[in-house]
Design a protein around this ligand. Structure first.
Ligand SMILES: Nc1ncnc2c1ncn2[C@@H]1O[C@H](COP(=O)(O)OP(=O)(O)OP(=O)(O)O)[C@@H](O)[C@H]1O
Ligand SMILES: [Mg+2]
Length: 357
């Protein structure tokens, strides 16, 4: 890939906090960003050169947007791939559409993970109330019913702890959307791999954060992860390498794992930068955002080495961001606020990173 010169413009599809932090990293490298999103404005609009409002399924509008940029990427995976095909035929689009197609579909993702030699929770497709009973016999309880597509931050999920919970779970999610029933994986720890891959196939891994979720939303990531997680990192990395090669992936991606009794259990992959990688902004020599742009613009990948001994990233969810002044006053705290106007419960408003030497 010929390196994209500074001063060039990069298109980002999606305008949330990931787009905001992406645009800030791109600016540091001398690039300008144009954002394409359905809303009138968003966290990324404060820090980008242009905001184009358009629907994610409007292939013509996406094509017109791409005319003004040299390369296109995305910060949001819950978009239909088909309307992006005409764009991808004209303008370089990274990561590849195949990664988007797989990463947004929990069934395709699990099949693909298995093809790459990974282990997943036991699962079954659920397309009717009768399917759910059959799936529960096969999988047992506890289990989680999830929408196959368009889930995020624990949305589109219902836990089935006892067989009697099946009706409530079905009422919450069915009928209509395709569903998947997953066995609940018993785990001590969750962790994620944040991986950068360039067009020449070079791969760089970050240190692995251990992640704690509350109500299905990421609450905290810490580096280094505890020993039982570190033992599973080599297996997780060789799996990720295979997955990236099969997709001919370019950019940053993330895989979430459960640290299971017999090794890493694949949970899901995100074909993009990830909340569990926000610690890399101050905690690594090159952030996940910068390395994403380095990969998609043909620059050499930057060092992923961790800075400092212990790093902790805490999300500010809902009214937790009200403490911004106290947090700003705390020595050594790196405060990030996403510029969202309304602090709804469960909404990611910002994050803080603490690094100890
Ligand atoms: N099969 C499972 N076994 C045990 N815990 C699970 C399982 N599936 C989900 N969870 C728990 O719920 C959390 C959120 O689930 P998942 O990653 O599928 O959701 P999501 O909505 O795609 O989240 P996000 O996009 O924010 O990562 C997981 O990180 C884990 O803590
Ligand atoms: Mg997840």
């Amino acid at each position: 890939m010929k390196p994209l010169p500074p001063g060039s413009t990069i298109g980002i599809i999606g305008g949330g906090q990931l787009g905001r932090m992406m645009a800030m990293a791109a600016a540091q490298l001398g690039y300008r960003c144009h954002i394409y999103a359905p809303e009138a404005s968003g966290p990324a609009s404060d820090v980008s050169a242009k905001w184009v409002q358009g629907r994610y399924d409007d292939a013509q509008a996406l094509l017109a947007f791409a005319k003004g940029v040299s390369v296109v990427t995305f910060e949001f995976e819950n978009i239909e791939p088909a309307p992006l095909k005409p764009l991808a035929a004209k303008t370089p689009l990274y990561p590849p559409l195949s990664a988007l197609e797989i990463g947004q579909d929990r069934i395709r993702e699990k099949r693909f993970a298995a093809d790459c030699g990974g282990r997943t929770a036991d699962w079954a497709e659920v397309n009717s109330r009768a399917d759910l009973d059959i799936a529960l016999v096969k999988i047992g309880v506890p289990a989680i019913l999830k929408t196959v597509r368009f889930g995020y931050d624990g949305k589109g999920q219902a836990r089935i702890m006892r067989p009697e919970d099946a009706d409530a779970a079905w009422e919450a999610l069915g009928p209509g959307a395709p569903l998947i029933l997953e066995a609940m994986v018993p785990f001590q720890h969750e962790f994620s791999l944040i991986v950068a891959r360039d067009s020449a196939g070079r791969v760089a891994f970050y240190d692995v954060p251990a992640n704690v979720h509350k109500d299905g939303i990421l609450a905290q990531s810490t580096v280094p992860a505890p020993d039982p997680v570190l033992e599973q990192v080599p297996a997780a990395r060789s799996f990720a390498r295979k997955l990236a090669e099969k997709l001919d992936y370019v950019g940053v991606f993330t895989i979430e794992f459960f640290a299971g009794k017999e090794g890493p259990v694949f949970n899901e992959m995100a074909p993009r930068v990830h909340n569990s990688g926000h610690w890399t902004i101050e905690g690594a020599e090159t952030s996940q955002f910068e390395n994403h742009f380095r990969a998609i613009t043909g620059l050499p990948l930057g060092s992923t080495k961790t800075r400092g001994k212990m790093i902790q990233m805490d999300n500010l969810i809902g009214d937790q961001a009200d403490d911004w002044l106290e947090l700003a006053a705390e020595p050594g705290v790196h405060l990030h606020l996403y510029g969202k106007h309304e602090a709804r419960p469960g909404r990611k408003m910002g994050h803080v990173t603490r690094i100890s030497e």
